[in-house]
Design a protein around this ligand. Structure first.
Ligand SMILES: N[C@@H](CCC(=O)N[C@@H](CS)C(=O)NCC(=O)O)C(=O)O
Length: 198
């Protein structure tokens, strides 16, 4: 069945879903949503929240990256990304939830424009990098307890959330963080994340 992803270049939340679609080897098409469409046609017709990603499958449109990833893992259970035991699932979800809600949301463009409209684009970029970097440090003790993967001994959605938010941090001008850099390199060498995330 046809899978269509509404995405945007540089969108951290969309990269999470793109990574899972790629990892699972699914066939999918991508529509690039412009900044203009986000506020107009896309918001009116696809996602009332006005955010990417949105995924169309089986005649339904789904929004919110974590909900989409959970849906994909249920529909396409080969190569699971949300763990196989209740405790592994809880651990993976806690990392994803922390990255998605606590780290990513406050530095989202819409949120930052609302909360700090007085900041210049340069200052916003700097604030975003500092916020993410600070939060990654807080997150680090939760990660890589059993080896190269964020949670447990296999690749999961936690790896995707961590690798993509680290990329966002670099894009905003954050300096290299050794453990996070090593993690991304490991995933890339194993072919577990799309080339553009390397
Ligand atoms: N909780 C949402 C967050 C989505 C989100 O923040 N999307 C960003 C791109 S990463 C967006 O569409 N930003 C557009 C804007 O803020 O105007 C999810 O996980 O899907």
């Amino acid at each position: 069945m046809f899978i269509l992803l509404y995405s945007a270049l540089g969108s951290n939340s969309s990269e999470r879903v793109e990574s899972v679609l790629t990892y699972k080897g699914l066939e999918w098409d991508r529509i690039e949503v412009t900044n203009e469409a986000l506020k107009t046609t896309y918001r009116e017709q696809i996602n009332p929240f006005g955010f990417v990603p949105a995924l169309v499958h089986g005649g339904r449109t789904l929004v919110e990256s974590m909900a989409i990833i959970e849906y994909l893992d249920e529909c396409f259970p080969d190569k699971p990304v949300l763990g196989v035991s209740p405790s592994a699932r809880a651990q993976i979800r806690s990392v994803c939830s922390h990255v998605g809600s606590t780290i990513h949301s406050p530095q989202n463009r819409t949120v930052l424009n609302f909360l700090r409209p007085e900041l210049s684009e340069t200052d916003k970029k700097d604030l975003r990098a500092r916020w993410i970097g600070d939060q990654l440090e807080t997150l680090e003790p939760m990660l890589w307890r059993d080896g190269h993967f964020c949670c447990g001994t296999s690749f999961s959605a936690a790896d995707v959330f961590v690798a993509t938010i680290y990329r966002k941090y670099l894009q905003h001008g954050g300096g290299k963080l050794d453990r996070f850099d090593g993690h991304r390199t490991h995933l890339a060498e194993q072919g577990l994340i799309p080339d553009y995330l390397r």
